[in-house]
Design a binder for this molecule. Structure first.
Ligand code: FE2
Ligand code: FE2
Length: 474
């Protein structure tokens, strides 16, 4: 059952052939998807042979197969994690009841909205990253970019399948709209702010995969708890693919940090830009930007939608079923959140059910902090006197309680004037972006070679030799 059927036009492990109507509807959506990929997917990539992994099974071990693929021929398909026998709902009003294989009528609208919002982010990131191939720092990195891109395409398939299979005509319409909205489009933008920002250079790409893909991990983790079993199983399999995306970000930033520190040490300089590498101050500014826009993705701190989705059993907390410290209904629980009023910020206890977004965001921030600590260890080891920092949660926010305030990275409330005077010290300026872009003007396409601004990876894909030709040009 978990083996994936590759004989069909749409590879799947959901017995698609048994439901002719659904199969036909999805086959009718498929050409639009391929068109979208060719028009808005990675530029100049159609004829490249890329060493990619493709899912062959949804089981925990040995789920992927590696080999050269031309990306338009990638086998995008529908893969759900194995069904858990006798799974019951672990939270909300329906706690203890069997999970649902169909959508209950009363939750249709809310559930569709959750799936659409998740689905919309997947093609958005492909659009945002489409030009990066032309300035790749190595074939290894180019291959990783493409791996992330094809899998985000597959994540769109995962959500489109749910829409087609469970939401009738409205679901099919939503699936069409997924290909009509585009990142940064003035008339039809993507639904969430961070997915309309540009990803203009590779530092931004690694920051995106570290911070924004990690938001994806936490959203998927919360949806993987859903009482709607097909959604939970889809998200569980997506999470497996997502892990690599965050690895790409984490290791990419580590390599840039390492290169910067090496150059500073070897040349006894505090100005590594002179040597054509990215300085730690610029890395910090990018970090500030990507972390703050990713925090916005969790939504407003106080949210009735989130409370309703939880009570209905549609979206839990991260690892909900494994949490042991409360009753999973949260009717009488309190949760401490940071609130601002006038010129004071303070922690306040509020009903836990009303601040589930904040709960998820806090778990997310903890993981981000671990990454920053790892990078700081690298910096310390090189003997450089610098520490990267996660900015305060209220810094540069466009969504939620803090959006009407200017807050410094260390959490001070600022006047408009103070903000204007200092914001260029905290967020990438035009010049910073130009400098970063100036290092990335052409691709490095010799196997085993790396751009000057980034250290080679510490290990290869699939234990291949360091000079493996991850991408073949014809
Ligand atoms: Fe994704
Ligand atoms: Fe991702």
């Amino acid at each position: 059952m978990n083996e994936i059927n590759y004989q069909e036009k749409i590879p799947n492990n959901v017995n698609l052939a048994e439901n002719r109507r659904l199969q036909r509807a999805l086959e009718a959506w498929q050409p639009g998807f391929i068109n979208w990929w060719n028009e808005l997917g990675p530029i100049d990539s159609r004829s490249l042979d890329v060493y990619l992994r493709t899912a062959i099974s949804a089981d925990a071990d040995g789920w992927a197969d590696f080999g050269y693929v031309k990306m338009p021929d990638y086998r995008w398909g529908i893969f759900l994690s194995p069904q858990e026998k006798d799974r019951t709902i672990s939270f909300g009003d329906h706690k203890g009841e069997p999970v649902w294989q169909d959508v209950p009528g009363e939750y249709r609208g809310l559930l569709r909205r959750l799936i659409v919002i998740q689905g919309d982010t997947e093609p958005a990131s492909v659009e945002q990253q489409r030009i990066l191939g032309s300035t790749c720092p190595s074939l290894y990195d180019l291959r990783n970019l493409f791996q992330v891109n094809v899998e985000e395409g597959r994540h769109l398939w995962a959500m489109v399948y749910l829409l087609h299979a469970h939401f009738g005509r409205e679901g099919r319409e939503e699936a069409e709209l997924m290909l009509e909205r585009h990142s940064g489009d003035r008339d039809k933008p993507r639904l969430l702010g961070a997915f309309n920002e540009a990803t203009p250079d590779w530092l931004a790409f690694y920051m995106f995969t570290f911070f924004t893909d990690r938001d994806g991990k936490f959203q998927l983790g919360a949806l993987a708890e859903s009482a709607f079993d097909p959604l939970a199983r889809s998200c569980r399999f997506m999470l497996k693919e997502e892990a690599h995306h965050m690895f790409v970000g984490d290791s990419g930033i580590s390599r840039i940090v390492r290169r910067c520190c090496d150059v500073m040490r070897e040349n006894r300089t505090d100005n590594p830009r002179e040597y054509g590498v990215i300085d730690l101050t610029t890395i910090q500014k990018y970090l500030n930007f990507h972390y703050s826009v990713s925090l916005d993705l969790f939504g407003a701190e106080v949210s009735t939608n989130a409370a309703n989705a939880f009570t209905a059993g549609l979206k839990g907390r991260f690892n909900e079923a494994k949490l042991t410290h409360d009753d999973h209904q949260l009717k009488d629980e309190a949760y401490s959140v940071l609130q601002v009023s006038g010129d004071v910020m303070r922690q306040t206890d509020v009903p836990a059910l009303t601040v589930l977004n904040e709960n998820l965001r806090n778990r997310y921030s903890g993981e981000c902090l671990n990454g920053v600590n790892r990078w700081n260890k690298l910096i310390q080891k090189c003997g450089c006197d610098f520490q990267l920092q996660l900015p305060h949660q209220a810094f540069n926010r466009k969504v939620g309680d803090f959006k009407d305030y200017h807050i410094s990275p260390d959490g001070k409330i600022l006047s408009d004037k103070e903000w204007e005077q200092q914001k260029d010290n905290w967020l990438p300026t035009e010049q910073d972006r130009k400098f970063v872009a100036s290092l990335m003007t052409k691709p490095v396409s010799q196997p085993g070679q790396y751009a000057n601004w980034i250290a080679p990876p510490t290990k290869s894909i699939n234990n291949l030799p360091a000079d493996f030709e991850y991408v073949r040009f014809d």
